[in-house]
Design a protein around this ligand. Structure first.
Ligand SMILES: *Cc1c(COP(=O)(O)O)cnc(C)c1O
Length: 419
């Protein structure tokens, strides 16, 4: 199926055939498979070009127009562009676009706002939170005193009353909201009221919903959040990396210093240029149509799976991502994900709330419409994808079904080419 790479992708790579084979292999994989992993997307050639540019040669440290090294005039212009666009897109006063990743953005915010050992209240990973919010295996989990909230067993939603009780007991200095596998809208105003009551900052990590937030299709964390963090490569469809956003000038010094020199050294200027590029794209009207389609497609996929008898955690999605509970099928998430991968459908296994199974072999799958929507899929295509998923998860060892689906997946990919 996919043609040999051309143009931008091949340039210079022929000098290293081993590396060329691996990179073009990845391009072929992306062209011929359907990406449903929520943390992925398909960036524009502009974002690719920015990240593959000569900016990788330039080292700068510190803030734009206040660098420690010379020769930074274009570096300054690029970073200022990314900051201006971030502020405009999310309607806030300050932005730091230097975090190398979403985890670094969070670590830098904690370092800037908190003293060692101070309490944080965050959502546990098992309920959809992210490891960078204080999981014991991370530095953050070691350096602060972490209390975690989950979701209600009945509704599978965040329970503000239970959260308030935890906050009153733990007296956190920061409450963290936003997760990796939470499919519904979050009541940021309600969280801010709790944060105010206990004297905590509210940090909203909107990594998975930033694109929807930018378009007014998901609740905006401002003005409720004191600080917002995000990644730029998921729903923002851009450079690998993160950002920190805020409105209160009194926090600026601490937040900037938390990122540099707190958790990072020099700037990945090529990534900052990639952020400027994707933020510029996100300010165009087409980005709103894209995000409307992301939501519509996610809802169509969830409805198709539900019609096929698969339970959707919380019954649906407000976030472009969804969790599928496979427990009634007797098939675990790891087995289902491997079978789907053979058919060219990339998904990830995921815990569901109150999952009785371990993370390595959990009860669920996490799916997202982000990347498929970028390549042009609409409701009809996501309905077909949903039918394929339902068919395979019920018969994960039926190689004939997998092979037949693989051919259908390839045909659909051919009809909606990337690059
Ligand atoms: C993906 C994600 C991150 C982490 O991003 P990395 O770039 O992998 O460090 C942080 N927070 C949330 C909520 C995420 O979904």
């Amino acid at each position: 199926m996919p043609q040999p790479p051309s143009g931008y992708f091949a340039r210079g790579l022929e000098a290293d055939p081993e590396l060329e084979a691996a990179i073009t292999g990845e391009l072929t994989r992306q062209r011929g498979g359907i990406e449903l992993i929520a943390s992925e997307n398909i960036v524009s050639r502009l974002v690719l070009a920015a990240q593959g540019s000569v900016l990788t040669n330039k080292t700068v440290e510190g803030a734009a127009y206040a660098r420690y090294y010379g020769g930074a005039e274009f570096a300054d212009a690029i970073e200022a562009l990314a900051i201006d666009r971030a502020k405009k897109l999310f309607n806030c006063r300050f932005a730091n676009v230097q975090p190398h990743s979403g985890s670094n953005a969070n670590a830098g915010v904690f370092l800037g706002l908190l003293k060692l050992g101070e309490p944080i209240l965050s959502m546990n990973v098992a309920a959809g939170g992210h490891i960078s919010h204080g999981h014991p295996a991370t530095l953050t989990g070691r350096d602060y005193s972490i209390t975690q909230y989950g979701v209600s067993r009945e509704s599978e939603l965040i329970d503000l009353d239970a959260l308030r009780d935890l906050a009153r007991a733990a007296r956190p200095k920061t409450i963290v909201a936003g997760g990796s596998a939470y499919p519904r809208a979050i009541d940021f105003a309600g969280l801010r009221a709790i944060a105010d009551e206990v004297g905590a900052y509210l940090l909203v990590d909107m990594a998975h919903v930033a694109g929807l937030v930018a378009c007014g299709l998901y609740p905006h964390p401002f003005p409720y959040a004191h600080v917002v963090t995000t990644t730029t490569y998921k729903s923002l469809r851009g450079a690998r990396g993160g950002m920190v956003l805020w409105n209160d000038e009194a926090l600026s010094k601490r937040l900037d210093a938390g990122i540099f020199p707190g958790v990072q050294g020099s700037v990945m200027l090529h990534a900052v240029a990639g952020k400027a590029a994707c933020l510029g794209e996100a300010l165009q009207p087409a980005f709103r149509s894209y995000n409307e389609a992301v939501l519509e497609n996610a809802r169509a996929l969830a409805a198709t799976l539900a019609d096929a008898g698969l339970r959707i955690v919380t019954g649906g999605t407000d976030a472009g991502l969804m969790l599928v509970d496979l427990s009634a099928t007797g098939v675990t998430g790891d087995v289902a994900a491997k079978a789907l991968e053979k058919a060219g459908l990339a998904v990830n296994k995921n815990m569901i709330p109150f999952d009785p199974r371990p993370p390595e072999a959990p009860s669920g799958l996490r799916l997202s419409s982000n990347a498929g929507t970028t390549r042009g899929f609409g409701v009809a295509e996501f309905q077909r994808i949903g039918a394929w998923i339902a068919r395979i998860v019920r018969n994960p060892s039926d190689l004939r079904t997998i092979d037949a689906t693989r051919q259908e997946v390839l045909a659909l990919c051919r009809a909606f080419p990337i690059y």
